[in-house]
Write a protein that binds this ligand. Structure first.
Ligand code: AMP
Ligand code: MG
Length: 413
């Protein structure tokens, strides 16, 4: 059976990122948070825009103060006061200084700022009590960024720090990739919606809601197609519609080997190329991944029906695919942390096993606490309030308390 890492490689290889020309839109900076930049940004502004002071103090000529000390201070005449936001008028001559404040423009003639703590003032004279560093506390024009060079590359996610940079550069509108469209439906005769009365033998379709939340948190747009009966005709209709409207299709259920598991057969009848049918992972073994070479570039994930398997396979396989599709240029793969396990973790060793739990910070070190209750893939109750998955590789049957374990941090919570 296909290993988890081989399955991930196959999936990422199948993903065609959104198209730079066709799949972009313009958004305002205020709504650009978490979007993916589609074109590199350059700015016509230098950073800093001009030489400015990093301190409250006095702008001086270094040669005037290079021998200063408490005993023999240089004494300079203050010729101007320059608050932030003002253009200095004077040129500092030998023997002169300007009172200056943080962020204010360095006046012509001055090359160094002496912090006010190292000075003593008497009316319009300042006594320099210490030798500053040559050019000290001067932020040079363009020393942080040179106008016309690349400020931000394409393919990055815009978080608060990037938004701040773009605001400082007065980039009001940005070209970003459109959100990936992810169609979601559930299969099963036993399923009802949250609004329908539950009859004996029925269960509520929780997967649809879980997947919609996961897709939205990933930055993509969920297209919710509802519940489809275990009926080949109905299924074929929905799958054909889904692949026509979405970049990625997520179905849950119907991919196992039961008599009512029709998804793979219908994919074949739609001339799909099936790349994956099972992965050595627990929970989540029956996982179908298909493309439709004769139709379009949609990527189909037939996820298992079990609620825990849906979440685990989404985090492990679907999320990296959405990231790559979204235009992000790197960092698609999940990030695993090595942490200490608080509990004994067990697996039968046959499949890469994911156990849900919670990361706690103990004296600054992460510790994994396995969720109490059943870790059956049919149980979703104890998944609530978890924020990490511990991973036992194939062949590893036991991790003892205090031993190290790899965990997948579920950052989107
Ligand atoms: P299946 O893969 O279709 O055989 O489903 C496996 C198990 O997951 C069955 O016990 C189903 O009842 C359950 N299941 C399937 N789909 C869903 C769903 N959308 N929400 C919650 N549980 C589901
Ligand atoms: Mg089913």
């Amino acid at each position: 059976m296909l290993s988890v890492s081989d399955a991930q490689a196959i999936i990422l290889n199948l993903v065609q990122p959104l198209d730079l020309q066709r799949d972009r839109e313009v958004v305002n900076l205020l709504t650009a948070d978490s979007r993916i930049l589609a074109t590199p940004v350059t700015s016509p502004l230098d950073f800093p825009h001009w030489d400015n002071s990093a301190m409250d103090g006095y702008a001086v000529r270094y040669e005037d103060v290079q021998h200063s000390s408490t005993e023999q201070p240089a004494i300079l005449e203050i010729v101007e006061e320059i608050p932030a936001g003002y253009q200095p008028k004077s040129t500092i001559q030998p023997g002169q200084a300007a009172r200056i404040f943080t962020g204010a423009v360095i006046p012509a003639g001055a090359d160094t700022v002496v912090m006010q703590e190292k000075t003593h003032r008497e009316e319009n004279r300042v006594f320099i009590l210490d030798v500053p560093k040559p050019q000290g506390f001067v932020r040079r024009k363009a020393s942080f960024y040179q106008a016309g060079t690349q400020l931000l590359p394409a393919g990055i996610k815009l978080n608060a720090s990037e938004i701040a940079v773009l605001a400082a550069a007065q980039c009001r509108q940005l070209s970003v990739y459109r959100r990936p469209r992810v169609a979601i439906f559930s299969t099963g005769d036993e399923l009802v919606t949250v609004d329908q009365p539950l009859q004996p033998g029925q269960i509520v379709d929780s997967n649809q809601y879980a997947l919609a939340a996961l897709v939205r948190q990933s930055g993509a747009e969920p297209l919710i197609l509802g519940i489809v009966k275990d009926d080949p005709v109905a299924l074929e209709k929905v799958i054909a519609h889904a692949i026509a409207i979405a970049d990625i299709v997520l179905s849950s259920g119907g991919v196992s080997v039961g008599d009512y598991d029709y998804v793979d057969k219908i994919l074949e009848s739609l001339q799909a190329k099936i790349h994956i049918q099972a992965v050595q992972i627990s929970p989540g073994k029956p996982l179908t991944v298909a493309t439709f070479p004769t139709q379009n570039s949609a990527l189909y994930f037939g996820l298992p029906g079990n609620p825990a398997a849906v979440l685990v396979t989404f985090w492990r396989f679907v999320l990296p695919a959405i990231k790559k599709l979204s235009g992000i240029t790197e960092g698609w793969e999940p990030l695993f942390l090595k942490v200490r396990s608080h509990d004994e973790l067990r697996s039968d060793g046959k499949r890469e096993t994911y156990l849900w739990g919670k990361l706690h910070l103990i004296d600054g070190v992460y510790e994994f606490h396995k969720a109490g209750g059943s870790h059956s893939s049919g149980n979703l109750i104890n998944l609530a309030q978890t924020n990490a998955l511990a991973v036992l590789p194939v062949g590893k049957t036991l991790i003892s308390p205090q031993e190290q374990v790899q965990v997948l941090q579920l950052s989107n919570r």
